[in-house]
Design a protein around this ligand. Structure first.
Ligand code: PMP
Length: 376
């Protein structure tokens, strides 16, 4: 089996799983309770918050535990907008955000009449700073731009965006760092809020966080309790929250070593794909080796995906959140405007557990499938 769908989700780290089991069995009390057992869990959970902030060197921050990045993004977009709507009615995002950002904005536009400005990206997935500048106004409440795109892996220069925002001290700058954290060097210090998810970095499914500057107070999306300062009511998933700190620490600790390893895999795959420019268009660059995205010129992506699966090779087409909808890749459309290219994109996403041999096998099988389909 070859698993190349790590941008969708990763296999759990054995150390994290061990800690999780132990915490789940030992610290089962509800951290909102008042007895000693409950207070022990609350203490561990709060320790996890400060560990996350320490690991990420995000001083002056606070951690709101969530079920993952989708919820964190919704809380950031809708919750922050609603809390600071007195500042204006405009939000700026990029043209290739994850659906959890885009559709939270669609909701605000539809229900609250918020104006959503989308900054275009160029052929390499780079944000057009001039347009960003043009969109900024006294009515802008929030700017949300992802650190790494989940489909093509393009890296955003968050510091450059912060510079553009410097003339607008009231604008809140949020970034979805789900595909960046623990993988790519990212300057979190320049953002006011960021979202991430544990399962992209070998942690638990259904676990993640929104991290914010302490002074920011979004409005809740759900009601009915005082947990997470009333922002996320409901009994805490304390064991998941506690091991999130370990998940982040392990990912950040091995970030440099992993990127060097994954870099070799991406380099190999790019080289192999480049030998057949009659068959492939490469949609990503080597700046981020975790994601290699390419479009098939002669065969449909869904046929190739099925054939790969028959050989126990697993990868994705577009973001898993949209894959089942069978819609063309939003990002490839944004970088190219080419619907066929967007329909026929394949995403290979690596983790440090993959090997160069797997890349070679994958390419060999891919060529057999394409040649079979072209001449068969
Ligand atoms: N943002 C990005 C960039 C993602 O890649 C994903 C996962 N597809 C999400 C948000 C959603 O994360 P989760 O699965 O934790 O809700």
């Amino acid at each position: 089996m070859i698993y190349f769908d790590n941008a969708s989700t990763t296999k759990i780290n054995a150390q994290v799983l061990r800690t999780y089991k132990k915490v789940l069995e030992t610290y089962f009390a509800n951290p909102s309770g008042t007895h000693t057992l409950a207070r022990d869990v609350a203490r561990l959970q709060d320790k996890a918050r400060s560990e996350i902030l320490d690991t990420l060197k995000y001083t002056d921050g606070k951690v709101i535990f969530t079920s993952g990045a989708t919820e964190a993004n919704n809380l950031a977009i809708i919750g922050l907008y609603q809390a600071y709507a007195n500042r204006g009615n405009e939000i700026i995002i990029s043209n290739f955000e994850h659906p959890s950002v885009r559709e939270a904005c669609d909701y605000l536009a539809k229900v609250h009449g918020v104006v959503i400005n989308k900054v275009p990206i160029d052929a390499n997935g780079v944000i057009d700073l001039k347009t960003l500048k043009k969109f900024l106004s006294d009515k802008t409440v929030l700017v949300s731009i992802m650190a790494v795109n989940n489909e093509i892996g393009a890296i955003t220069n968050l510091s450059a965006i912060r510079k553009v925002l410097n003339g607008y001290p009231k604008v809140i700058f949020h970034s979805d760092v789900t595909q960046a954290l623990g993988k790519i060097l990212v300057n979190l210090d320049v953002v006011d809020a960021f979202s991430f998810s544990a399962h992209k970095i070998h942690g638990l499914k259904g676990s993640g966080a929104l991290v914010l500057r302490r002074k920011l107070n979004p409005k809740p999306l759900v009601y009915g309790g005082s947990q997470e300062d009333g922002l996320r009511p409901g009994t805490h998933n304390a064991p998941a929250n506690i091991v999130l700190a370990q998940t982040v620490r392990l990912a950040v600790m091995s970030q440099q070593e992993n990127i060097e390893l994954v870099g070799k895999l991406a380099q190999k795959l790019h080289t192999l794909l480049a030998t057949r420019s009659d068959l492939f268009i490469i949609n990503s660059t080597l700046d981020n080796p975790y994601i290699v995205n390419f479009s098939l010129k002669t065969v449909s992506a869904s046929i190739v995906l099925n054939a790969l699966e028959n050989k126990e090779i697993y990868l994705g087409t577009t973001s898993s959140c949209s894959a089942k909808l069978h819609i063309p890749s939003h990002t490839i459309l944004a970088i190219s405007g080419d619907e066929k290219r967007a329909n026929n994109a394949l995403r290979v996403s690596f983790s440090a557990t993959n090997t160069v041999d797997e890349v070679i096998t994958f390419f060999k099988v891919l060529m057999q499938i394409i040649e079979g389909a072209n001449y068969g």
